[in-house]
Ligand binder design. Structure first.
Ligand code: FES
Length: 147
């Protein structure tokens, strides 16, 4: 996931990122999420369903994935963050996800949704439409492929 700082000239004056015409939702001021920390946000998606997003600040870059672990719904915003590898470990039972794209870092692992973050001036917005859909894998790869 790329984080791009939007210059004033890039902003369509008809776009208000926090209104219902855009799929982007306002999160917070960028200073509210300090380097090396994460935070949970509740936003409404395109169908007006509430979803929880975990947002991470790694060295000034922002990443967003679903806050709910695929195992039993553990809060990934409270997980242990490996800043070097950009991997979060669920605080409940240790499942791991890349904060870049929500994918498990190992073969056959489950993934969670990931979302694009935009920074406009000093404000953070998240796209309520995932840019990568996390897939639930219920069986090891060997069973799926070799039955
Ligand atoms: S709920 Fe996340 S590892 Fe179990």
């Amino acid at each position: 996931m790329k984080v791009r700082k939007i210059e004033d000239s890039d902003i369509d004056p008809n776009t208000n990122f926090s209104d219902n015409k855009s799929s982007f939702r306002y999160l917070c001021l960028s200073n509210d999420l300090t380097v090396g920390t994460s935070r949970k946000f509740s936003i409404r998606d395109e169908r007006d369903k509430e979803i929880e997003i975990a947002v991470f600040n790694i060295n000034g870059k922002y990443y967003a994935i679903s806050n709910k672990c695929q195992h039993q719904g553990g809060p990934l915003s409270e997980g242990i963050l490996d800043i070097e590898k950009k991997i979060v470990t669920c605080p409940w039972h240790g499942w791991k996800y890349s904060v870049i794209d929500g994918r498990a870092p190992h073969k056959g692992g489950d993934s969670v949704n990931s979302y694009e973050i935009k920074m406009v001036e000093d404000k953070l917005y998240v796209d309520s439409i995932p840019n990568n859909i996390g897939k639930r894998v219920t069986q090891p790869l060997s069973i799926l492929y070799f039955g």
